[in-house]
Design a protein. Structure first.
Length: 210
């Protein structure tokens, strides 16, 4: 019982404190906030360690159970151990030309670029399906997308000087209005979720799903 009540009490206390500290302009409260943020950095370090251990256990079990994709687990563990070794045994690993920096620039960066380039094909496929002019809304979306794409390249200005101006209007008026609506919805959702966690209504973060 206490294993669940103590985390809930700590979550409520610190959640309420971090909420009301914005409305109390006093140096004592500001000092307490800085101390809490320092504790948060310590917790993040332990969370990073826990995530690393969980990653190692996951791939270890795949290798031990001879899963079909265990080859990727070998690569992940070798990369993890290798980068950690380079970081620990080379104090100046952040300097350009160091083994750690070379591995990061020549392995990590190209992998990220490849993943984002693959995402471009999925985005193009989703855009093709969404831009089919079957309804009025889809037609408006198609026309607006064509104007924006033409206004972002030099050929749009060559076709007509009003295309870049129409692009700016679309981005600054209807697009910005919808973006603000989405951000307001996201903010309200974050507030509601935070209140549910602080008040103990949402307890899935404690494990068990209840």
């Amino acid at each position: 019982m206490m294993r669940r009540q103590i985390p809930l009490a700590l979550c409520f206390i610190f959640g309420v404190f971090m909420t009301i500290q914005y409305f109390i302009p006093h140096h004592t409260v500001a000092d307490m906030q800085e101390r809490v943020l320092m504790w948060l950095q310590t917790l993040l370090a332990f969370a990073f360690l826990l995530g690393t251990v969980s990653l190692i256990k996951l791939h270890y079990h795949k290798i031990r159970n001879r899963a079909d994709d265990r080859g990727y687990s070998f690569v992940a563990l070798i990369g993890l151990v290798g980068m950690m070794a380079l970081g620990f045994f080379h104090p100046q690993h952040n300097l350009p030309g160091s083994p750690f920096s070379k591995m990061f620039l020549n392995v990590q960066v190209p992998i990220e670029a490849t993943m984002f380039s693959l995402l471009a094909f999925y985005i193009a496929s989703a855009a093709f399906r969404a831009f089919r002019a079957r309804t009025l809304e889809a037609t408006l979306l198609l026309v607006a997308a064509c104007i924006v794409m033409l206004g972002r390249v030099p050929i749009g200005d060559m076709i007509h000087e009003g295309i870049p101006q129409a692009t700016r209007w679309i981005l600054e008026v209807p697009n910005l209005a919808s973006k603000r609506g989405v951000m307001i919805g996201v903010g309200l959702g974050m507030m509601a979720t935070s209140l549910k966690i602080i008040l103990g209504i949402e307890r899935a973060w404690m494990g068990g799903g209840d």
